[in-house]
Design a protein around this ligand. Structure first.
Ligand SMILES: [Zn+2]
Length: 141
């Protein structure tokens, strides 16, 4: 397992930090205002990197099988449904990740687990209709 699952946004953050660092190497040390700007730029780059690492909720939290590796959101509760795709392959999921998975694949449907609360499959189905496919790309929540 890789330590971080980087999104496109994360890669941009790392790339921006790299550029700031390489720009810092050529800053004129006698130019006070250039130094100040460079320090500001480095501060922002470091802050973003820290946010990125801190925001990875649960590098060691176990999530349900329906959670996409690039979707860093935590589970929305216990596993309550199985998402069955057109090939009859299934993945168990919490309501949150099941809805996201359902929104992202065509022709799949949710089936409630035997011990799940009544109406949960319908709830996941409705939530999926209000969820963008691959909701974890772009927005980071
Ligand atoms: Zn989940």
């Amino acid at each position: 397992m890789s330590r971080f699952d980087l999104t496109e946004y994360d890669r941009c953050t790392v790339e921006a930090a790299r550029r700031a660092l390489s720009a810092a190497e050529s800053v004129n040390l006698l130019d006070g205002s250039a130094m100040a700007r460079m320090i500001g730029r480095l501060e922002v780059a470091v802050e973003r990197l820290i946010e990125m690492v801190d925001a990875a909720p649960g590098a060691d939290v176990v999530r349900c099988p329906a959670a996409h590796p690039e979707d860093l959101t935590p589970c929305g509760g216990p596993v309550v449904v199985t998402i069955i795709d057109k090939q009859d392959a299934g993945a168990d999921g919490c309501e949150h990740h099941a809805a996201r998975m359902l929104a992202s694949i065509t022709g799949a449907h949710p089936v409630a687990k035997p011990n799940a609360p009544a109406g949960v499959a319908a709830r996941v189905f409705r939530a999926a209709h209000h969820t963008h496919p691959f909701a974890w790309l772009g927005a980071r929540s």
